[in-house]
Design a protein around this ligand. Structure first.
Ligand code: NAD
Length: 248
């Protein structure tokens, strides 16, 4: 049974990494996927072509999550093209980890703008549709860094714990309209964001993870499928941690 049959989903940052796995998993579960990307247009086109060949309905567009006007235009286009909107996955994110002494105001602002204000922008552009139809589901990508950060993560941890605050506040606000809002907090997942870690640091991280391995993008995507599906119909305002036990 396809868990997301005919649901229309927007996934931000869907061209690579965790976002790509979410788009693929949602499409396999029968969803109509509209995803955004910021720079990887070739990867986005390749994913779109691959899924269309499997019979899925997919659209993708370059949208900067910081640009509210562009975000609104994209959401309207998706609703027109796919005839509705059921799920929003706020996945796009960046990190610029460095000590507070080295962190510039620009570094700080970029991380807050993409990871936190980007979530606000897409949420604001979708929420009236969800409230009017009295159904909808929002999944926000936080991080274990938003729960228990490592040194050098002042901006990233602030943004990601902000995402958890936004998730919980909004979950209370929109629950009377049957709209669910949850967050996912991945630990260390094998993606471009984590590949840049040096070998020494990687070893230290593996030591801290009870499973002694990094997570896969598919493992995060499956959590996302679950939260988006009817199996999670009584779950809102929660943070699903997918981290191999790191935060125990
Ligand atoms: P990634 O760098 O592989 O992909 C990030 C995606 O965000 C890309 O598709 C990129 O195009 C998009 N993006 C970046 N800036 C954007 C902008 N201004 N506008 C629109 N899109 C933009 O990263 P990933 O590892 O797949 O991470 C995905 C999400 O998961 C992020 O929110 C990240 O913070 C979070 N996360 C990742 C890990 C990990 O270990 N990889 C751990 C915890 C949380």
């Amino acid at each position: 049974m396809a868990l997301l049959k005919d649901r229309v989903a927007i996934i931000t940052g869907g061209s690579r990494g965790i976002g790509r796995a979410i788009v693929s998993s949602f499409a396999k579960e029968g969803a109509l996927c509209a995803f955004t990307f910021s720079s990887s247009s070739k990867e986005a086109e390749a994913l779109s072509t691959e899924l269309k060949a499997m019979g899925s309905r997919v659209m993708c567009e370059r949208v900067d999550v910081r640009d509210y006007e562009g975000v609104k235009e994209f959401v309207e286009k998706v609703k027109e093209e796919f005839g509705g909107l059921d799920i929003l996955v706020n996945n796009a994110g960046i990190n610029k980890d460095k000590s507070i002494i080295m962190m510039t105001h620009e570094d700080w602002q970029d991380v807050i703008d993409v990871n936190l204000t980007g979530v606000f922008n897409f949420t604001k552009a979708c929420i009236v549709t969800f409230l009017k139809q009295k159904s909808g589901c929002i999944i926000n990508m936080s991080s274990v860094s938003g729960l228990s950060p490592l040194p050098g993560q002042a901006s990233y941890a602030s943004a990601k714990s902000g995402v958890i605050g936004l998730t919980k506040a909004l979950a209370r606000e929109v629950a009377p309209y049957n709209v669910r809002v949850n967050a996912i907090a991945p630990g260390f997942i094998e993606t471009d964001m984590v590949k840049s870690l040096n070998e020494n640091y990687r070893k230290k991280i593996l030591d801290l993870i009870p499973f002694k391995r990094l997570g896969t993008t598919e493992e995060v995507a499956q959590g996302c499928v679950y939260l988006a599906s009817d199996y999670a119909s009584y779950i809102t305002g929660q943070v699903l941690t997918i981290d191999g036990g790191l935060s125990i």
